[in-house]
Design a protein around this ligand. Structure first.
Ligand code: ATP
Ligand code: MG
Length: 474
């Protein structure tokens, strides 16, 4: 089976009238890009579509006013205040609703907010402050608070949607896309991102006719890394692994060695895309790849660390929750990134943007290989585990193709030949669409997202479990 690259399909607003569509806005404040994506799901079959998408550089958040408190910073240090984040989010959300030509008070059913910006916080729990600032932004855009919480009864849902909820049979008990979060949610600051991308990759795959279900590994290659490892438990898979640290920040550091982007805040995103492709065997590039990897650490996060690759972590909580935490760093919390910039400069001087881009692509593919080795060495790779990836720092350029050609399963076979490898664009936003449905029991039993690959829907098992809990008074 070759790898699958899944791009969400578009849908016109006029077509919304043709079905029972559940419309969810995902608002994501990323370290590099802030995105608002409106996802519509056909409740008859679970197929997902993108209605509109607006992407803005996060560094366009206005500077802090003199009386405001800077409560967070992106990986490259863009200062954020509650007020500036809230205004930025409001504007991006309104622009997206406008682009989709939706009526904010009628056409939108749910709003999910999330952030990858965690570097400024001391502890994983503090990311809640950022999520509150995002909520402020949504409220000031005119979103009703009702659209940000789970419904307890069908009556809380709009009439056309109500017919599709299973709330009378199963209630929302914290499982999203059939996966339970770790017992302690204060393990990594980007746990919610891990949850959303896992749900999104499952949902987008299902939409494309691909059965990507437990056990899975999911990775979001934003500027920072997020993702999960799940087992194959029933009815709910457990989260047994989580990821933190640097991802796109590595190509960004390499890109800053060229004179094509800002030397302080420039990113790989801004590099011009070279036409044509260079062969992997070109001009000793593998040696440079090795040099770069010599500076990158990929490992289980040791006890005593409070931060790994700039992301706040709590390895003790991880251990207590039975969770393996895998981190990526360069030096200590990115302290070695400047050395990568030097290597980037050498490669750029030798072979221009084409060679630099090849370096970046090979480094990123190597990063996935190393992450998978650590996951395997931790005993988390099951025989049927599938791998799903999202985020610009792994979907772009030749990375998907190189990954399919290089990544090996533990038995030495090509991963893409013997297991499932899916790459999903806008995985996190797709996950917002899935999570909102889960919170309101709007599943599609004939096209299930929860449960194990190849199995049927888990609704009956969930009902049994929830019935037992009720019986126990719990
Ligand atoms: N062609 C490319 N090659 C390598 N990396 C790239 C490329 N294009 C973009 N990136 C990197 O991907 C990252 C941005 O991805 P994305 O927008 O998914 O992240 P984000 O959501 O802003 O970050 P986070 O999730 O950590 O908050 C940046 O580090 C960016 O430079
Ligand atoms: Mg992101």
């Amino acid at each position: 089976m070759p790898f699958r690259f899944i791009r969400p399909r578009g849908l016109s607003t006029a077509s919304l009238r043709r079905g029972p569509f559940y419309v969810v806005a995902s608002v994501e404040l990323g370290n590099t890009t802030t995105k608002c994506i409106i996802v519509a799901t056909d409740l008859r079959n679970g197929r997902m579509y993108e209605l509109a998408k607006v992407v803005r550089p996060t560094r366009d958040v206005r500077p802090p006013a003199p009386d405001e408190e800077v409560f967070g910073r992106t990986v490259v240090g863009v200062p954020l205040t509650r007020e500036s984040v809230s205004e930025f989010v409001r504007d991006v959300l309104l622009a997206t609703v406008d682009r989709a030509r939706l009526d904010l008070s009628h056409d939108l059913h749910f709003v999910v907010r999330s952030t990858g910006v965690t570097a400024g916080f001391a502890r994983p729990e503090e990311v809640g402050e950022m999520v509150k600032a995002l909520a402020d932004g949504c409220l000031s855009a005119g979103i009703s608070p009702r659209l940000m919480t789970a419904s307890l009864t069908p009556e809380n849902l709009p009439p056309g949607i109500r017919d599709f909820t299973w709330l009378r049979k199963v209630y929302f008990d914290g499982a999203i896309a059939g996966c339970l979060p770790p017992a302690d949610t204060g393990v990594v600051a980007n746990e919610m991102e891990g949850e959303l991308v896992t749900a999104g990759i499952k949902g987008a795959a299902r939409s494309a006719g691909v059965d990507f279900r437990s056990p899975v590994i999911t990775l979001d290659f934003g500027t920072t890394l997020a993702g999960r490892v799940t087992d194959a438990s029933l009815p709910y898979a457990k989260t047994v692994g989580s990821f933190a640290g640097l991802a796109g920040a590595i190509p960004d550091a390499l890109a800053r060695g060229s004179d094509l982007v800002d030397p302080e805040t420039g990113t790989a995103l801004e590099l011009p895309r070279p036409s044509g492709t260079l062969d992997d065997g070109t001009s000793g590039i593998e040696e440079d790849v090795e040099r770069v990897h010599g500076l990158i650490r990929v490992q289980r996060v040791a006890k005593g660390r409070t931060r790994f690759g700039t992301v706040p972590v709590d390895p003790r909580a991880a251990e207590e929750a039975g969770l393996v935490l895998v981190g990526v760093d360069v030096g200590d919390n990115g302290s070695g990134l400047a050395v990568l910039t030097e290597i980037g400069r050498e490669v750029y001087d030798r072979g221009g943007v084409r060679l630099l881009t090849l370096l970046i692509d090979l480094v990123q593919v190597g990063l996935v290989e190393r992450i998978m080795k650590v996951v395997d060495a931790s005993g988390l790779l099951l025989r049927g585990t599938s791998l799903g990836l999202t985020g610009r720092a792994i979907l772009t350029g030749q990375k998907p193709r190189l990954l399919a050609q290089r990544l090996r399963a533990p038995d030495g076979s090509l991963w893409a030949d013997t297991r499932l490898l899916v790459l999903v664009e806008d995985g996190l936003a797709m996950g917002a669409g899935v999570a909102a449905r889960c919170m309101n029991s709007l599943g599609t039993p004939r096209n299930p997202i929860g449960g194990r690959r190849g199995d049927g829907c888990i609704m009956a098992q969930r009902m049994r479990l929830q019935g037992e809990r009720r019986g126990n008074g719990g």
